[in-house]
Design a protein around this ligand. Structure first.
Ligand code: AGP
Length: 605
């Protein structure tokens, strides 16, 4: 994680660095810092612990002149969130910002210590600055010094180097972590993503794995992993699509929840034309015998929901795994498998590594991503956009339901191509799917009732979520949302699994949220709910009007979702999961959009 920025500008650069860092704060907010080189060539830095606003305040009282600079927003990996551990790290004539992990930093550090150079921080990154500074002191040029250091590094990194006495020079390098070069007029930029650069330029060159680059105001020179000078294409990005504002809502999350009917509608309009499913060339579900879905966190849970759809609708065996496990367990894959990496950011390190593991072993690899310019979008054989628009809040909401919408379309296409459903059945499922945006619009009206229930949940130490079938992963998602937003311990269970252990947790103090649409599995789930209530468990039942009527008395509270959506109901049930977590977080006064310890884009293992 961590966000990095570099600017060779024509104005005072500190405010621009801070503006760009604001757009990168989703990558981490443990500390922030900037370094600049002024007109006389003097290199200096300012750093502050905590959110970016602390750095901005610092710069007001202690400004940093210069037209060239680098900046960083940190998600701590090695060393606590202290000023000493904040980037930029400096040694002598060089300052460095870094995203990633230098895995051999202990060896590099020990060697430095034997040379009499003492690190001042606990970070892996500082070794990069120390070695580069050391090489400069040995008489190397900045490029030679950076290259000599890069040759020693193991692990993943996006790096930017700024040098004393060099107001027209930035050196950049990437291995594993993304890095984009922005082209201005007489100005050059560097950033972890194009969104950070959007206020300055719409012309972007993505560095590829192993590249390093020299930026001056005249342009960029790039060398590939083998050290050959190379050319990377420059593309124009849609700057409008990177606009970030709360649109009158108190939190980005509230806005993003409310956007779901519109954005899911966009997804369906994109992939459906009448009764026709429109997908890019090269997705032949008749030619595969297995689909493998991989992601992390909420993206993984979207895949988990879709597993039910692929298996039930299309009779297609479906494996689902978290990327961090998938990539190391060396799963056998065949050339009749379709691999799908699911990721909002498209930059999640584990998901990207899982894609790299799988892509040469399978028939086709697909990146199901929200950020179209991301590494997963670029590295997969095929990118399918989830079209949720920018999601700022660290907790995923609309990205999840848009992932589900695309996966629903894929499952229907698989069922059609494998002749598991006829035209009439396909049309009926498409009707159910097309009804989802309007049903979610109705479900948004539950916000106030969720706020009432949140007052109750906010008092709890633990909360359990139960669901069956495709609602089981939605229960997991509900628990994940509550944990990350309100810091209340929560777990999701398959309803039928409760009696195999977790039922021991039930007492009058543990709220149990039960997801039970009035469908074929309803009676089974309600029996499990009765088992909870028989042990004095207090139940919040989420169902539809028919389900709530059929469930009878005894629940502490219930929330009624509209009926409809067929097998795509999980998309609907996601909404109260989001609102319960959101309002509980508001009731507890936690930081809704930037919960503690988290980052939106997890670019380290
Ligand atoms: C969701 O609320 C989480 N913040 C997190 O689990 C997230 O879904 C996960 O880190 C995966 O991110 P990605 O979709 O960008 O790959």
């Amino acid at each position: 994680m961590c966000g990095i920025i570099g600017i060779l500008g024509s104005h005072e650069v500190s405010p621009q660095l801070v503006e760009a860092l604001k757009r990168l704060e989703y990558r981490g907010y443990d500390s922030a810092g900037v370094a600049t080189v002024d007109a006389s060539g003097r290199l200096d830095r300012r750093r502050a612990v905590g959110k970016l606003v602390n750095l901005s305040d610092r710069l007001v009282h202690d400004p940093l002149p210069g037209h060239s600079g680098i900046g960083h927003t940190r998600w701590a990996t090695h060393g606590a969130a202290t000023e000493a551990n904040a980037h930029p790290h400096r040694f002598g004539r060089v300052a460095v910002v870094h995203n990633g992990i230098i895995e051999n930093f202990r060896d590099l550090r020990a060697e430095l210590e034997s040379l009499g150079i003492q690190p001042q921080s606990q970070t892996d990154t500082e070794t990069v600055a120390l070695w580069t500074g050391y090489h400069l002191d040995q008489g190397m040029t900045p490029l030679e010094a950076a290259r000599a250091t890069l040759a020693r590094l193991e692990g993943a990194f996006a790096l930017a180097f700024l040098f004393e006495g060099e107001p027209d020079l930035l050196i950049a390098a990437r291995k594993g972590s993304p890095l984009a070069v922005g082209h201005g007029t007489g100005e050059m930029f560097l950033g972890s993503d194009a969104v950070a650069l959007a206020p300055f330029t719409d012309r972007i060159t993505y560095l590829e794995d192993g590249d390093h680059a020299v930026l001056t105001r005249a342009g960029v020179q790039i060398w590939d992993a083998a050290g050959r000078q190379t050319h990377r294409a420059t593309a124009r990005i849609d700057v409008g699509a990177t606009a970030i504002d709360r649109g009158g809502y108190r939190h980005f999350m509230a806005k993003e929840i409310a956007e779901q009917p519109a954005v899911i509608g966009n997804v369906l309009n994109h992939y459906l034309k009448g009764d026709r499913i429109v997908l890019p060339e090269g997705l032949d579900f008749a030619a595969i015998d297995r689909i493998v879905l991989v992601g992390c966190g909420t993206a993984h849970l979207a895949g988990h929901v879709a597993k039910y759809w692929f298996e039930q609708l299309a009779g297609l065996p479906c494996d689902i795994d978290v990327a961090s496990e998938f990539r190391y367990r060396e799963p056998p894959l065949s050339d009749r498998s379709l691999f799908v990496a699911i990721s909002q950011s498209g930059e999640t390190a584990d998901t990207l590594a899982a894609l790299h593991y799988a892509r040469d072993k399978v028939a086709r690899s697909v990146g199901l991503v929200n950020v179209g310019t991301s590494a997963i979008a670029r590295d997969a054989d095929l990118a399918l956009p989830t079209l949720a628009g920018i999601e700022v809040s660290v907790a995923s909401s609309k990205a999840f339901t848009c992932q589900l919408a695309v996966l629903a379309v894929l499952a229907l296409e698989a069922a059609r191509a494998r002749c598991r459903i006829d035209d009439a059945a396909l049309a009926a499922h498409l009707r159910d799917l097309r009804a989802v945006p309007a049903l979610i619009a109705q479900a948004l009206a539950l916000s106030d009732e969720c706020r009432v229930q949140a007052d109750w949940l906010a008092q709890a130490r633990d909360v359990l979520y139960l669901g069956r079938g495709a609602l089981y992963p939605v229960a997991l998602e509900g628990a994940l949302k509550l944990k990350e937003l309100s810091y209340i311990h929560a777990e999701g269970y398959a309803s039928g699994e409760l009696k195999h252990g977790p039922i021991a947790l039930i007492d009058g103090d543990v709220p149990v949220v039960v997801l039970a649409p009035h469908d074929a599995l309803f009676d089974k789930t309600i029996s499990n709910m009765q088992e909870v209530m028989a042990r004095h468990g207090r139940v919040l039942l989420i169902s539809d009007a028919a389900g709530i009527a059929a469930a009878g008395d005894g629940v502490t509270a219930s929330l009624a979702l509209p009926q409809g959506g067929g097998i795509f109901q999980p998309m609907l049930y996601a909404v109260p999961m989001q609102y319960l977590a959101y309002h509980t977080a508001v009731a507890k006064g936690t930081d809704v959009d930037q919960p503690r310890n988290l980052a939106k884009s997890v670019t380290v293992e």
